[in-house]
Design a protein around this ligand. Sequence first.
Ligand code: G3P
Length: 214
Amino acid sequence: MEFFIDTGDLEEIKTAYEWGIIDGVTTNPSLVAKAGIDQKTLITSISEIVDGPISAEVISSDAKGMLEEAYELAKIHENVVIKLPMTKDGMIACKQLSKDDIKTNVTLVFSANQALLAAKNGATYVSPFVGRLDDIGQTGMALIAEIRDIFDNYGYATKILAASIRHCDHVKASALMASDVATVPFKVLEQLFHHPLTKIGLDKFMADHQNAKK
Ligand code: G3P
């Protein structure tokens, strides 16, 4: 499974990239706003750190506006992936960008049917938001399993990008359900490294090593 980092924080991206586990980056308008710099500058800076897909989201609500934004964003770097909302206009833009050979990530996907529509229109990635489904009392991870089955049934090349990941169990479940990618916030990426027995074991090894030297 590929790991993307879900952030617009350049320090987080640099740190996680050094760990060697990051294959790409996802951003959204909320994360860009939080970064406090304009989207073009942010995406350019990310492309100087990470050699992998970088999702940059459009903010227009009509297909024409989305496409205009998409062509500008795509000029920033060949790794830019255009993030489009799961709307009718988003799907029109998705179909066109697929014809133009520009990579897309259809976001705000909350049902298997939405993912199916995105795949039919040639999306490179679909982003099911598992955490936000959990928030409303549904089981977000069940959606990943449904989409996996549907894509496998028809051989769609569209990649499943599990998004709105909130904790380590979401990451594990994504891998068990054969999600192609999980986009993970920095805090959760950090937590993935930890296990209490690793710490206890390492402390014991170090103590034994020190005692042996005496
Ligand atoms: O990038 C989209 C997604 O991962 C958002 O996550 O935590 O705001 O639901 P969250």
